[in-house]
Design a protein around this ligand. Structure first.
Ligand code: GMT
Length: 372
């Protein structure tokens, strides 16, 4: 197949999923054309089947804002004409599905099929803005195929936008051969002493992730045991988290590592992953941890209960219930036997349900269905 993929190229999970899917499809011999305003960060290395088409956004004194949606549509038109795309896969509905629809109208053909994957805040937050909602609903309804990364997100889409269309749940995935725990004693030693546990969190530090809760949970855990907290990523809440760590007297035990590309070595040193989000349609970072044998403590929102199996691969608590999450963490870290079971079950769940080989196959079958 000749497949166009439009996505955000930055650190967000939707760009990661789009890039990993494209790479896996290219390995199977499909020709993949990424269309975006910058090179997706995970598109490292050369592949004869991967092509990147950059969207140029013209500026003009009259334009107060960059006009990305029409620029992307024009690029999709160009790539479809010259590369004979069978299908365009839009990751994160705004504006990718809208630009794809516009491109298809301009081309005047029904031969270019549109598959839209809903990722999270495109449905739960941004799309609900009155200034976007009608366009979102329309773009989803006009797509030939729609997938959601969790059953939670499918239901939210149907109820919030009154959409009756069939939405297929295809969960996020991970390459469990790449995401595998590897002993890294020198890195572990740089993060914590031998008798200390390591708790880890990875995110873009946006308010929706509730990273301040991560620091507060850690401060409670720290009262009961020797431990370090490793925070990976950066974003608007980083400064307040640094302040909270100082206020709670745990500054010396928290490592702010900022953005990191290589996560496996860090996850391989960790004992527990914390994800107390306010909203989370899937939680890709938690899956990455599970694949590296790291149990997860999460909030009970969105798609997290579809990923974390309570009492088997981790624990789930209400949003903001810092005491309970800290209690779960201490209990698990202090129970060597139960911990070993949870760590093994985390890896097993990642491999059995969310492995790339299985899920990429689900996408290919879905494309074939849409192409008829
Ligand atoms: O919505 C966001 O925070 C950004 C979005 C993205 O595009 O990066 O993340 C969402 O998509 C990820 C990949 O499917 C999911 O793992 C995240 O759970 C989801 N984020 C939220 O729902 C908050």
């Amino acid at each position: 197949m000749n497949i166009g993929i439009s996505c955000y190229p930055t650190y967000g999970g939707s760009g990661v999923v789009a890039s990993e899917l494209g790479k896996a499809l290219a390995e199977k011999g499909h020709r993949i054309h990424f269309i975006s305003y910058a090179m997706p960060i995970r598109l490292d290395g050369y592949s004869e089947n991967i092509f990147y088409h950059e969207v140029e956004i013209a500026s003009y004194p009259l334009f107060d804002f960059p006009l990305y949606t029409p620029a992307l549509a024009s690029k999709i038109v160009e790539v479809t004409k010259f590369e004979k795309l069978d299908l365009i896969h839009a990751h994160y509905a705004i504006p990718h599905a809208t630009s794809a629809f516009l491109a298809r109208e301009i081309l005047g053909t029904k031969d270019l099929k549109i598959v839209t994957t809903l990722h999270g805040t495109d449905i739960t937050l941004v799309g609900l803005e009155p200034s976007f909602l009608p366009v979102m609903k329309f773009s989803i309804e006009q797509s030939d195929g729609v997938t959601a990364v969790s059953a939670f997100l499918r239901e939210k889409t149907k109820t919030n936008y009154s959409i009756n269309k069939d939405i297929r749940v295809i969960p996020n995935f991970i390459d469990t051969e790449k995401y595998i725990r590897t002993r890294k004693p020198e890195i572990r030693r740089s993060l914590a002493a031998d008798d200390e546990k390591i708790l880890i969190h990875v995110s873009n530090f946006r308010p929706v992730k509730r990273v301040p809760d991560v620091v507060r949970i850690f401060a409670e855990v720290r009262k009961k045991m020797r431990a370090k907290l490793v925070l990976v990523g950066d974003g608007p809440d980083r400064s307040s988290c640094e302040q909270i760590a100082r206020d709670l007297g745990v500054w010396d035990d928290v490592r702010f590592l900022g953005k990191q590309l290589e996560l496996v070595c860090l996850l391989s040193c960790a004992d527990l992953f914390l994800i107390p989000s306010q909203s989370e349609s899937f939680g890709l970072s938690a899956l990455e941890a599970m694949a590296c044998n790291v149990p997860v403590i999460s909030s009970s929102v969105g798609g997290l209960p579809e990923l974390v199996s309570h009492g088997e691969t981790g624990y789930i608590a209400e949003i903001g219930d810092i005491d309970r999450m800290a209690k779960y963490a201490v209990e698990l870290l202090n129970n060597r036997q139960r911990y070993a079971l949870f760590a093994a079950a985390s890896r097993a769940r990642a491999v059995e349900i969310f492995d790339a080989r299985k899920i990429v196959g689900d996408y290919i079958r879905y494309y074939e269905e849409v192409l008829g």
